[in-house]
Design a protein around this ligand. Sequence first.
Ligand SMILES: Cc1c2[nH]c(c1CCC(=O)O)Cc1[nH]c(c(CCC(=O)O)c1C)Cc1[nH]c(c(CCC(=O)O)c1C)Cc1[nH]c(c(C)c1CCC(=O)O)C2
Length: 357
Amino acid sequence: MSKLKNDTFLRALLRQSTEYTPVWMMRQAGRYLPEYLRTRTKARDFMGLCKNPDLATEATLQPLARFPLDAAILFSDILTIPDAMGLGLYFSTGEGPKFKRALHHEKEIRNLIVPDPNVHLRYVMDAVSQIRKALNNEVPLIGFAGSPFTLACYMVEGRSSSDFIRVKTMLYQRPELLHHILDVNARAVTAHLNAQIEAGAQAVMIFDSWGGALSHAAYHEFSLAYMKQIVGGLKREHDGKKVPCIVYTKGGGLWLESIAAIGCDAIGLDWTIDIGEARSLVGDKVALQGNLDPAVLFSNPDTIRTEVDKVLLSCGKGSGHVFNLGHGISQFTEPENAAAMVTAVHELSRKYHYSCG
Ligand SMILES: Cc1c2[nH]c(c1CCC(=O)O)Cc1[nH]c(c(CCC(=O)O)c1C)Cc1[nH]c(c(CCC(=O)O)c1C)Cc1[nH]c(c(C)c1CCC(=O)O)C2
């Protein structure tokens, strides 16, 4: 396998020196791009896009054609795993994801099985290999999955929720039942990420979008413990290269030291914590990824530049930082403002890196 032309992102995740701070954006392929909306009309719906490797490749490459990003992320969704478990994922316009067969009864929960990623999620692996070919070693490809707890939120609620009443009721009333779901999910996510690594993903990220809704104790028991199990079961090397792993808990700012201790290479930060403070909490144990408030991109290029510099300044000199938004880019973002962020990171970050010469 030939050499990556731009491996800045992978080096930063491994806390090796780089000339500038690499940058990508969570949800970088998506509805804020008019070309994505055009691609979406070629499929019946969003899942039709995910399940068609040609279209998934097209969508993955769109943000890279516009912005000089330092990494690509597989176009897919965290909910492909519960879909492969037979829960019947669908998206109704304006309402987000839903499941036809949410987990309402104990029998359904006891019958859950870990899907074979190379059979039931073959379309994801096909997309990964096709995207790798199309990227032609320009930048690395990130594979991903949801955390066991975040997946359980959707599987039990059956849809997005603002209060997670069902899953939290289960957590306190039938903890052993939730633990069963989480254990199946952790095994499914491990197998899914390892299959993505074998298909060509050069780094992986676990999205724990709802772990931050838990209490301190419940987060450790019901979310972090299962992410630790996954991290421990990942293939950390493929084709002679290290495959770094990023763990992102939205709202996880209070738990950074425990997250850093599970063996991941990097922690994704949302925008609520000061990145310099995060650095002093975790020391040089892990790299950090983040953490501009996505709402900054609703402003203008000058303000964006100022806000980017604040994050870089707080992070300080040295290696181990991947610039990103603190959560996914909003569908209402002007693409020009995303461009301004990427340019600002590349230009302003050079002064924070020690030159190798
Ligand atoms: C919770 C979650 C989901 N999916 C994901 C998460 C974790 C990250 C987070 O917290 O945002 C992760 C995800 N979803 C998508 C990606 C693709 C890669 C990328 O560009 O980052 C990734 C990494 C595509 C997508 N996933 C989805 C879209 C929009 C679908 C469309 O075209 O209408 C995209 C581009 C749909 C989706 N999928 C999900 C929701 C809640 C929705 C609706 C979101 C909304 O309406 O804003 C579940």
